[in-house]
Design a binder for this molecule. Structure first.
Ligand code: ZN
Length: 312
C-alpha cells in the first residue's frame, strides 16, 4: 500500500479519500470516547454494549451516529432525557479532522496507518488525562506497538526496517533519558513532582516516532500550549475565586495568584484540593498539549525542521 498524497492528488482522488478518512475519524472518535470513558470508570471495552452513562440504557445504532445523534436528540438521552455533554460531538469532530489531516498529508500508505494508530492513542490519552489525570500504560504500549508494526512492515516490504528500528530506539532514549534526568533534578529542587511519569513516557514515545530534532520542536509547541492553558485555567479559577472567598474566613490574607506558569508542567500529582484555602492552585493536565504538539509535528514537523536547518 503506497499511494502518497501527491499521487492521489494527481489522480484527482485526494478529496474523496480525505472525506472517507474524516468519516472514519468521526466513528473512531465515538469509539475512542467510549473507550476513554470506560478506562476512567474501570470498565472493560470488550464487555457490555454502549450505554447511557446516566440511566444505563443500552444504546442502539440510532444513538451511536457520531455528531448527528447528538444534534437530533438536542444533546439529551432518548431514554431518560439527561443532558449529554457537548464534549462528545466536539471530540468526534476533532477526531474526524485529525484523521482527515493525516491522510491529506500522507495519502494512503503504511505510515498513514501507523500515524492514525498513534493519533488514536493520543486521543484516548488526552481524554483520560482531562477526565482524571490518568495516562494508561496500555495506550503508551499501543503507541509503541504501532511504531514497531510499521517498522516490521517496512522491513517485510524490503525497506530499511533495521535502520528505522535503530533510529526509533535512539530517538526514544535521546528524548526520554535527558528529560528523566531533568525531572529528577527538578523534583529534588522543588521538593515535589514536577512532571507526571505518564507525560515523560509519552514524550519518550514521541521521540521514537519523530526523533530528537523534531521532538525539540514538539517540546516547544507543547510547552507554549501548556502555558497558554495554564493561564486560561488560572484566569477561570480567579473568576470563581470571589465566590469561594466569601465563604472563607481568611479571604483578605490571600495573595493575588499563587499559581504560576510552572503549573503548565505540573500534572496529576498536585491535587487542587490539597492546597490551603487561602491560595489559588490549579492542576493542569499536560498530556492534551503534548498530543496537539504530536499532531502538529506529524503534519509539519519535517518541513519546519528542514527549513530551520537550511538557515545555517
Ligand atoms: Zn439515559
Amino acid at each position: 500500500m503506497n499511494y502518497p498524497a501527491s499521487m492521489l492528488s494527481s489522480l484527482g482522488l485526494l478529496p474523496l479519500v480525505v472525506a472517507c478518512a474524516a468519516i472514519l475519524g468521526l466513528f473512531m472518535g465515538s469509539f475512542l470516547n467510549c473507550w476513554a470513558w470506560r478506562i476512567v470508570h474501570g470498565e472493560s471495552i470488550m464487555h457490555g454494549r454502549s450505554h447511557c452513562t446516566s440511566c444505563g440504557h443500552a444504546l442502539g445504532p440510532l444513538d451511536l451516529v457520531p455528531v448527528l445523534s447528538w444534534v437530533f436528540t438536542r444533546g439529551r438521552c432518548r431514554y431518560c432525557g439527561e443532558r449529554i455533554p457537548a464534549r462528545y460531538p466536539i471530540t468526534e469532530l476533532v477526531c474526524g479532522v485529525v484523521y482527515a489531516s493525516i491522510v491529506c498529508v500522507y495519502g494512503l500508505t503504511w505510515e498513514t496507518l501507523e500515524l492514525l494508530g498513534f493519533a488514536s492513542c493520543l486521543f484516548v490519552l488526552t481524554l483520560t488525562d482531562l477526565d482524571s489525570f490518568i495516562i494508561p500504560n496500555g495506550c503508551i504500549l499501543a503507541a509503541i506497538g504501532f511504531r514497531l508494526a510499521y517498522i516490521g512492515v517496512t522491513w517485510a516490504t524490503g525497506g530499511d526496517g533495521l535502520g528505522l528500528l535503530r533510529d526509533s530506539v535512539i530517538g526514544g532514549l535521546a528524548v526520554g533519558v535527558p528529560l528523566l534526568v531533568l525531572v529528577l533534578v527538578m523534583d529534588r529542587v522543588l521538593g515535589k513532582a514536577s512532571m507526571g511519569g505518564g507525560d515523560l513516557k509519552l514524550l519518550a514515545v514521541a521521540g521514537m516516532y519523530f526523533g530528537f530534532v523534531q521532538c525539540l520542536l514538539l517540546l516547544v509547541v507543547a510547552c507554549v500550549l501548556g502555558i497558554v492553558v495554564a493561564f486560561v485555567q488560572m484566569a477561570r479559577a480567579g473568576k470563581q475565586r470571589p465566590v469561594d472567598a466569601d465563604a472563607g474566613a481568611n479571604a483578605e490574607a490571600d495573595p493575588a495568584v499563587s499559581a504560576s506558569a510552572e503549573a503548565a508542567t505540573s500534572t496529576s500529582t498536585e491535587a487542587a484540593t490539597s492546597a490551603p484555602p487561602s491560595s489559588l492552585s490549579v492542576t493542569i493536565p499536560w498530556c492534551p498539549s503534548i498530543a496537539v504538539a504530536c499532531w502538529f509535528t506529524m503534519l509539519a514537523g519535517g518541513p519546519i525542521v528542514s527549513w530551520y536547518l537550511s538557515l545555517f
